[in-house]
Write a protein that binds this ligand. Structure first.
Ligand code: MN
Ligand code: MN
Length: 436
């Protein structure tokens, strides 16, 4: 299967962070990777992964040099903006039955109205058993959506600014209908009966659920020339997939240990036990060091300090319909290669990890030598752009790190756009980085 079709399959199979980890492990196992618990000791050439709570994973190809000399990391995030179900989600109002949601990450709320939605996730029952849920993807099965006001009656709504267009509290998805006047909550009961029968879930089980509402449907080719991909969740699964595939395709034992790290919670600040703002990275690396009989607290610190990382996250593609937002000389264009961002942040680089120029020089050489086209950009004009990535959380260990990923048009929308050439460029760039 070619890279782009394999990428689309990855997107279709991975619409949540847990689904992405599952998909990544299946791909890795087919390429000889094994869970670290199956190794008593590791040696150069071994292919191993360490999973963290089903929502982040580090995959390593062990290199020839001691780990103390550093690791080459390519790190992407596998969470994407979406609507999460509240813990008490089911309600009926004037005949319609809804799931109540709370959005996750930065979205333009109006974009989520009147489009087919699916629900992906997992529910844990009190006895510890689980139900894995995917509903809304099958065209012959149920689907879901958020309704909107008809234009004929939207005079007041249309006067509002886009930010106020629909309050977050109203982003609730339609899941059923009660046609009996005067019999309030009969529809709610009927929907809960269906859920109980289909999924063996009681209403109380939603208290211990992680259910994510995402756009329904498959990744598509965009344009008559199929030069682009249109799909949900490309921020940042476009970098996650290419970083993963580049590692799986490493066919020699590298000098430096190579690691693709896929993390969660970037879209809400990298917090939590599966995000980068914490001990995740040293914990994962310690497991590998231990099985190489190289672990000490000093060796771990040296390893992280001597490491290099491509924080492989997406950036904003230049938008020809909104040119005023960009400094054209310092923008990335779709199709012109993988993009570096020396710094992110906003209003005077605030909150950014500014990459060292000597590191950038070494990367220029690696990519030029490998014949990989690249761009280097800033996200938007000085007082326009903003945003953070995981780079600063890696930088705190003293390692060299720079953002390097694919430019995305309509980023954070339900259907994001990337270029085929940039996906190929990212794959080649990450592979060259691992081999260097
Ligand atoms: Mn991102
Ligand atoms: Mn993002």
């Amino acid at each position: 299967m070619d890279l782009i079709n394999a990428y689309k399959t990855f997107l279709n199979n991975g619409k949540t962070e847990r689904e992405c980890v599952t998909a990544a492990l299946e791909m890795a196992q087919a390429k000889g990777f094994r869970d670290i618990s199956t190794y008593d000791e590791l040696r150069a050439g071994d292919r191993v992964y360490v999973v963290n709570h089903e929502k982040s994973v580090a995959l390593f190809v062990i290199g020839q040099k001691p780990l103390e000399e550093g690791i080459s990391f390519v790190t992407a995030h596998i969470d994407s903006p979406r609507l999460d179900l509240k813990v008490r989600p089911v309600y009926e109002k004037d005949g319609l039955v809804y799931f109540n949601t709370h959005y996750y990450g930065g979205i333009k709320k109006y974009q989520w109205l009147t489009m087919p939605l699916a629900i992906h996730g997992v529910v844990f029952r009190k006895d510890g058993s689980r139900a894995d849920i995917v509903v809304g993807e099958d065209e012959d099965g149920p689907s879901f959506c958020i309704s909107d006001i008809l234009p004929h009656m939207a005079q007041e709504q249309m006067k509002k600014t886009a930010g106020d267009f629909i309050p977050g509290e109203s982003l609730d998805i339609v899941i059923g209908l009660n046609t009996e006047a005067g019999k309030d909550n009969e529809g709610r009961k009927a929907i809960l009966d269906i859920i109980r029968k289909e999924y063996k879930i009681e209403e109380e089980d939603f208290l211990s659920a992680e259910l994510e509402v995402v756009p329904a449907g498959r990744a598509r080719s965009l344009g008559f020339d199929s030069s682009m991909v249109m799909a949900y969740g490309q921020d940042d699964r476009v970098c996650a997939y290419t970083a993963l595939q580049a590692l799986l395709d490493l066919d020699t034992v590298p000098e430096t240990t190579a690691c693709t790290l896929l993390v969660d919670k970037e879209e809400i600040g990298s917090n939590g036990m599966t995000g980068m703002d914490g001990e995740l990275l040293p914990n994962l690396v310690s497991e590998v060091m231990d099985r190489l009989s190289q672990y000490s607290s000093l060796a771990l610190r040296r390893c992280l300090k001597n490491s290099r990382m491509l924080s492989s996250d997406v950036t904003a593609a230049y938008d020809p319909l909104n040119p005023d937002l960009y400094d054209k000389d310092n923008a990335s264009f779709m199709g012109r290669g993988v993009s570096f961002e020396k710094f992110t942040g906003s209003r005077g680089k605030s909150g950014s990890s500014d990459a060292n120029p000597e590191f950038i020089a070494s990367l220029r050489k690696i990519l030029d030598d490998a014949g990989v086209k690249f761009q280097i950009n800033e996200m938007g004009k000085v007082d326009v752009g903003g945003g953070g990535t995981i780079a600063k959380f890696a930088a705190r260990f003293g390692m060299q790190v720079i953002d390097c990923g694919v430019a995305v048009l309509s980023m954070h929308s339900p259907w994001e756009i990337t270029s085929v050439k940039d996906i190929e460029s990212a794959y080649s760039a990450y592979g060259a980085f691992f081999r260097a």
